[in-house]
Design a binder for this molecule. Structure first.
Ligand SMILES: NC(=O)c1ccc[n+]([C@@H]2O[C@H](COP(=O)([O-])OP(=O)(O)OC[C@H]3O[C@@H](n4cnc5c(N)ncnc54)[C@H](OP(=O)(O)O)[C@@H]3O)[C@@H](O)[C@H]2O)c1
Length: 506
């Protein structure tokens, strides 16, 4: 490999990178790609918080990260080499993001600041319905400490955000600072919104709720509801995206004159190509609905089947973050925003996603035994929200009454129908905003970045979603990936050989 041809490999030469969030989905994909494809890198510092089972960052890395199947290709290519790479390149910082100085002593914090050249902040609370106090801490307030860290030597920060910071805004959404869709917040000449008074108001409301309840469960429920109410009042669907937007504003304000890149992925799904097609961890957003359909729990859902959904494979996201960091290491300090998205450059309507999943399920369900327990018997239907709400609620009440009456008569009743309706209602509450999109996210700036980095880096770090053949990706890569990596066999008895995802075709 000729490094001279790669501005990215040159930018990382002998540099030290701090990454947060590597016990999570996106963080692992970034780390794997850096280890596999950026041999010029000096050191990688991993900030990981301990947990009761593995109290230090190093122990958590060894037990929860290094053991992940994402490293299988690296390990298979050179088992000793992978261990050497971890030993020589990785450094571990046991740190809790929300604690002052991440919980480090002043001396250790200062030493960390001296050693690193760029920070990639991928850690976040991605729970859409997190209690407001916790979401504010992780997605907004703790960014003060990140700012403090990067400001010591004015090093670049690449902050992983989300396209959905754009909230209820509609139409074509450019890679710029998004406005609140429902309430006006004063905007500074520098471009950010002045959110400190909003945050102070939210904190007052949090304190009031905390004082109102003695019971922990009631208090948690009240803080979840407070987050949702406040998010909607300002123009966001959920607490997660609202607190991520607040975080963006704090960073834009506090890092004026310094290097800040906001990288906003849309809905991150399994890898397109690398390290293997289809690698994914966990079942989130679109996959929760696919899984409920595959298991025949949900066959109709609220949404707009003609609308364009925005899905982006995780390897394109990791590549975008790496290219952004390389640019930030080389270029003059500036504020940059990149969206890793597909809805503008390679749009796919929801009805096509449904069709591809249904066709693959109907024709090849037996190949995906962890996902489908049998051939789905009914099609998946998307209906307008009003119809869904009336039909499901009516169906739920009718089933409940029927079951109660039959049980009263001593007849054994099955709770399956009721359970399925409940699953559909719960999924709809959390995800229906994402299944009736009224927006498309532009990634023009990201593609322009890839253009600037040259052909060699465009091939080594692809970011452009136009490369995706959706039918092949959804049927042969993503469903196979969900089956192979995200789901466990139903039981040892039902275990069948797992079909590996196919190589993605462009
Ligand atoms: N996944 C998506 O579809 C998607 C879409 C758009 C944007 N994003 C953005 O991508 C980033 C990564 O998301 P993800 O899907 O990888 O999330 P994830 O799997 O839930 O991982 C979150 C990571 O953040 C860490 N973290 C959370 N709170 C922390 C704290 N207080 N101190 C230290 N570490 C903490 C977690 O560590 P623990 O293991 O200790 O909890 C974990 O490593 C986030 O910024 C998210 O907003 C994700």
């Amino acid at each position: 490999m000729e490094f001279g041809k790669s501005p990215t490999l040159e930018a990382f030469r002998n540099k030290s990178v701090l990454i947060t969030g590597t016990t999570g989905f996106v963080g692992k994909v970034i780390l794997e790609k850096l280890l596999r494809s950026v041999p010029t890198i000096g050191s990688i510092y991993l900030l990981i918080r301990g947990n009761p089972q593995h109290p230090t960052a190093q122990k958590r890395f060894l037990n929860e990260v290094a053991t992940s199947s994402i490293f299988d290709s690296l390990r298979a290519a050179d088992p000793d080499g992978f261990e050497d790479l971890c030993r020589t390149k990785l450094h571990f910082i046991s740190g809790e993001l929300t604690a002052p100085n991440f919980g480090l002593s002043d001396a250790n914090f200062a030493e960390l600041a001296r050693k690193i050249d760029v920070v990639i902040n991928s850690a976040a609370s991605v729970d859409f319905r997190e209690p407001l106090d916790a979401a504010l801490q992780t997605n907004t307030l703790c960014l003060d400490t990140i700012v403090k860290l990067v400001s010591v030597r004015q090093i670049p920060l690449v902050h992983v955000s989300t396209c959905y910071v754009n909230g209820y805004n509609t139409g074509l959404i450019e890679e710029t600072v998004g406005a609140p869709a429902r309430r006006s917040i004063p905007r500074a000449a520098a471009g950010h919104y002045e959110v400190e008074p909003v945050i102070a108001d939210l904190q007052r409301k949090v304190a009031a709720e905390q004082a109102r309840y003695i019971n922990d469960a009631d208090r948690t429920q009240a803080l979840i509801q407070l987050g949702l109410n406040e998010a909607k009042r300002y123009g966001w669907n959920d607490t997660y995206t609202f607190t991520k937007w607040l975080g963006e504003q704090l960073l834009l304000k506090q890092l004026q004159g310094q290097s800040l890149t906001l990288v906003r992925p849309s809905i991150v799904e399994s890898t397109w190509q690398a390290p293997v097609p289809g690698w994914i961890e966990g079942v989130k957003v679109a996959d929760a609905i696919i899984l409920a359909y595959a298991r025949e729990k949900v066959t109709f859902f609220p949404g707009d089947r003609h609308a364009i959904i925005d899905i982006i494979p995780a390897d394109l996201v990791a590549n975008s973050i790496i290219l952004s960091a390389a640019e930030a290491l080389r270029a003059v300090p500036a504020h940059r925003i990149y969206q890793c998205s597909s809805s503008h450059c390679n749009p796919i309507p929801i009805k096509h996603v449904i069709q591809h999943v249904q066709d693959e399920g109907a024709q090849n369900h037996a190949r995906y035994s962890n996902l489908f327990y049998r051939k789905p018997q009914r099609p998946f239907v998307m209906v307008p929200g009003l119809i869904f709400n009336s039909v499901v609620r009516l169906g739920f009440v009718a089933s409940k009454v029927r079951n109660t009456v039959l049980a009263g008569m001593g007849v054994k009743v099955s709770g399956v129908r009721l359970g399925n309706l409940e699953t559909a209602m719960k999924l709809a509450v959390v995800f229906s905003f994402y299944t009736r999109p009224r927006y498309r996210f532009s990634n023009d700036q990201l593609c322009a970045l890839a253009e600037r980095m040259g052909e060699h880096d465009r091939n080594l770090f692809p970011v452009d979603a136009r490369c995706i053949d959706w039918e092949h990706y959804l049927r042969k890569v993503h469903l196979a990936g969900l089956n192979a990596f995200a789901l466990r066999p139903r039981s040892a008895k039902a275990r069948k050989p797992v079909v590996q995802p196919e190589t993605a075709v462009a």
